[in-house]
Design a protein around this ligand. Sequence first.
Ligand SMILES: NC(=O)c1ccc[n+]([C@@H]2O[C@H](COP(=O)([O-])OP(=O)(O)OC[C@H]3O[C@@H](n4cnc5c(N)ncnc54)[C@H](OP(=O)(O)O)[C@@H]3O)[C@@H](O)[C@H]2O)c1
Length: 237
Amino acid sequence: MSTFKGKSVLVLGGSRGIGAAIVRRFAADGATVTFTYAGSQDAAQQLATETGSTAVFTDSANRDAVISRVRDSGPLDILVVNAGIAIFGDALDQDPDAIDRLFQINIQAPYHASVEAARQMPEGGRIIVIGSVNGDRMPVPGMASYAVSKSALQGLARGLARDFGPRGITINVVQPGPVDTDANPENGPMRDLLHSFMAIKRHGRPEEVAGMVAWLAGPEAGFVTGAMHTIDGAFGA
Ligand SMILES: NC(=O)c1ccc[n+]([C@@H]2O[C@H](COP(=O)([O-])OP(=O)(O)OC[C@H]3O[C@@H](n4cnc5c(N)ncnc54)[C@H](OP(=O)(O)O)[C@@H]3O)[C@@H](O)[C@H]2O)c1
């Protein structure tokens, strides 16, 4: 496939899980792909070797490092912001610094990366942020900070779509439901509870999310912006 031949892609948080599937998809479709990692250097190097992409260390909790990474990547055709974390537990017991770090990774990095990318992005550029169906629906206690962060991405896409639309740049949020990754393994303790909320009673596959990202990044999606795209087996329905 050569859908993205000649296109420059940056994936923030590409070493594992959904991000790695996105890296694989764009590389297979001919793009020149750079991705960031923070904690998983070995996995990142392996993925880079496997796909012919470039792995670079950038901690998404470091705002200035994220801005520099995007700026130094030059004009990007496609930016995907995938890096995200969750913190579970009673809101009354949680460390405020840990919650602020979650907001830095899940909200501030997507905002600043998107704005920085748009400075150099050519017409037809695409910005895709990985949110969550938990931005729409949070059916369990203990994950309010995560829900806050994924709802915030909805405002990010709606607002920046207005800023960048006149230049032909789109920005969209992909909102997965449960997807089988290290963060949410299908065989984990949450399996039955999560599946009880769903019409299709299985976890999604990272490749399924990558397929939606590729469509949004492709030539058929030029009129799609400021929108949330849920892929969740009807978790949120
Ligand atoms: N899996 C699900 O059920 C699900 C559902 C809805 C939404 N999502 C969203 O999908 C995205 C990916 O989730 P996942 O399930 O693939 O998670 P994962 O398996 O835990 O992988 C997370 C990825 O994000 C990177 N990352 C995390 N913190 C980072 C930081 N500070 N700086 C740079 N990179 C960082 C990790 O890189 P390192 O290991 O190198 O640090 C890794 O590549 C997240 O935004 C998540 O909220 C996941």
